[in-house]
Design a protein around this ligand. Structure first.
Ligand SMILES: NC(=O)c1ccc[n+]([C@@H]2O[C@H](COP(=O)([O-])OP(=O)(O)OC[C@H]3O[C@@H](n4cnc5c(N)ncnc54)[C@H](OP(=O)(O)O)[C@@H]3O)[C@@H](O)[C@H]2O)c1
Length: 173
C-alpha cells in the first residue's frame, strides 16, 4: 500500500481559489474523467483526507468516492457522515486502521495541505503527486506554510494531460 497525493495546483502555486475551493474548480477543463481521477482511483482501495476537505462532500450531488473506503482525520464526526466513513482524531491510529483495512491497493491522500503534512511527518507519505493547472489564480492557500520545508523529493514521473495540465510525481524521502 502506498499513500499518494494527486493535488491540483495553479501555475502560480495555489491549491485553492481565494474563497477556499479546490484550485481545479478554477480550470474550465476540469472534470474527474479528463484529469484521470477515475483511472487513478481504480488503483486505490481508499481515500484519506482532513475534515476540512471532507465536509463539502457531504453536500455533493453524488458521493465522490464510489466504493472506496474513506478515512478522515478530524476531532469530530461531521453531521450526516455515512456510517462506513472512519473518522479519527489521532493520525497514527488512523494510519493503523487504514493499514488494517487495506486490500493491496493504494491510498489516495486527497488533502488538504495540513493533512498531507501530518502524514509526511509520520513518514507515511510515499508519493507527492501534483497536477499543475494552466490557470493563474492570484490568491488562495498554498502547500506551504503547511508543508515542511525539509521535504526531500525525487522525481518519479511526469506527463501532460489532454487538458493542458501537467502531472508530476515525486517520491518522498
Ligand atoms: N487542490 C486540490 O487538489 C485540493 C485537494 C484537497 C483539498 N484542497 C483544499 O484544501 C483546503 C483545506 O486544507 P487544510 O490543510 O486547511 O485542511 P485539511 O487538511 O483538509 O483538514 C484540516 C483538519 O484535519 C484535521 N487535522 C489535520 N492535521 C491534523 C493533526 N496533525 N492532528 C489532528 N487532526 C488534524 C483537523 O480536523 P479538526 O479541526 O476536526 O480537528 C484539521 O482542522 C480546502 O480549501 C480544500 O478546498 C485542495
Amino acid at each position: 500500500m502506498k499513500i499518494r497525493t494527486r493535488i491540483c495546483v495553479s501555475l502560480d502555486g495555489y491549491v485553492t481559489t481565494p474563497d477556499g475551493l479546490p484550485a481545479q474548480l478554477g480550470d474550465p477543463a476540469w472534470s474527474p474523467e479528463a484529469f484521470g481521477f477515475r483511472e487513478f482511483q481504480a488503483s486505490c482501495d481508499a481515500v484519506l483526507m482532513g475534515r476540512t476537505t471532507f465536509e463539502p462532500a457531504l453536500a455533493a450531488e453524488a458521493w465522490p468516492w464510489d466504493d472506496l473506503d474513506v478515512f478522515v482525520l478530524g476531532s469530530r464526526r461531521p453531521a450526516n457522515t455515512p456510517d462506513h466513513v472512519v473518522v479519527e482524531s489521532d493520525p497514527a491510529r488512523l494510519l493503523e486502521k487504514m493499514r488494517g483495512a487495506n486490500r493491496g491497493g493504494d491510498v489516495h491522500l486527497v488533502g488538504g495541505p495540513r493533512t498531507i503534512e501530518t502524514f509526511r511527518q509520520l513518514r507515511a507519505l510515499d508519493l507527492l503527486g501534483v497536477i499543475v493547472l494552466p490557470v493563474l489564480i492570484g490568491d488562495g492557500m498554498q502547500l506551504t506554510p503547511s508543508l515542511g520545508l525539509d521535504t526531500r523529493l525525487t522525481l518519479e514521473s511526469e506527463r501532460s494531460l489532454p487538458t493542458g495540465a501537467v502531472e508530476i510525481i515525486y517520491a518522498c524521502a
